[in-house]
Design a protein around this ligand. Sequence first.
Ligand code: PSU
Ligand code: MN
Length: 310
Amino acid sequence: MRKDLIIVHEEVLDALNEGKPVVALESTIISHGMPYPENLNTATQVEVAVRNHGAVPSTIAVIRGKIHVGLDANSLSELAQSKDVMKLSRRDLPFAISEKRNGATTVAATMICSEMVGINVFATGGIGGVHRGADQNFDISADLFELAKTSIAVVSAGAKAILDLPATLEYLETLGVPVLGYKSDFFAAFYTRSSGLPLEMVMQDPQAVARFLHAKWSMHLHGGVLISNPVSEGNAMDQKEMETAIEMALEEAKNLGVKGKEITPFLLRKIKDVTKGRSLETNISLILSNAALAAQIARAYRDISQQERP
Ligand code: PSU
Ligand code: MN
């Protein structure tokens, strides 16, 4: 890896060198997933949540063509307000580098950058997945393929409910991606606690998750692990209300011809409007909860990996 392409924040670098737990955070949630100023407040709070649970936060983004691993307050603030930020997945990352652009990393791109520097746990809101109507429109998020090949534990509240969740779960199975239910027997549905889709591998504490990661990666089964952490009961949305909001948003997207990488940000925005901002509150709360869990998993995984050393 060319060292000049990547700038690791001093605190993150020290933590990685000293074997301290680090949690990666994505930046597309900030630039494309939430409006200002909620996005900046959330990004800041998420970092606090990681710290409060004993790990070092590392938000990842591309700034003027350099991959930044760990952002200072100024960069976070710029990212949250700038209109000129690309949404970067695996295919886009080299373009942002070669053209010296600013870009926010999706789940896929954040996993790639995390692996480059040796971070193995990452918290997000909800991963991308198989979109509804994918049998016609072929819209399947690159997040799924990244989970298949890049060895990072991703803590999320399942996949976004705007997707075809049964198809997403099937696809993860095809790709060999383990999905661990955290204190739940069902795949989380982002705004609500359960999709009704049962999960076989259920874990009750961060240590169990860490043991799973250690088992997988120490037998050289490369690839990611998805930890499905349902939003807390008190912050979950009503399922019927959510389904109506999603259908309205999908209808509008169809009428306006919104496609490709624009569709997810568009739907999240519409759903927020339809629910009068309540979906945004739920979104914020689930991200904070994922960050806290990711920090605990990072600590537990560090403990297991260190015990192994002579
Ligand atoms: N989760 C959120 N908000 C978001 C996303 C996830 O709570 O904005 C972003 C992530 O960066 C994810 C991306 O990788 O949406 C998926 O986009 P697409 O469906 O175009 O692959
Ligand atoms: Mn897509």
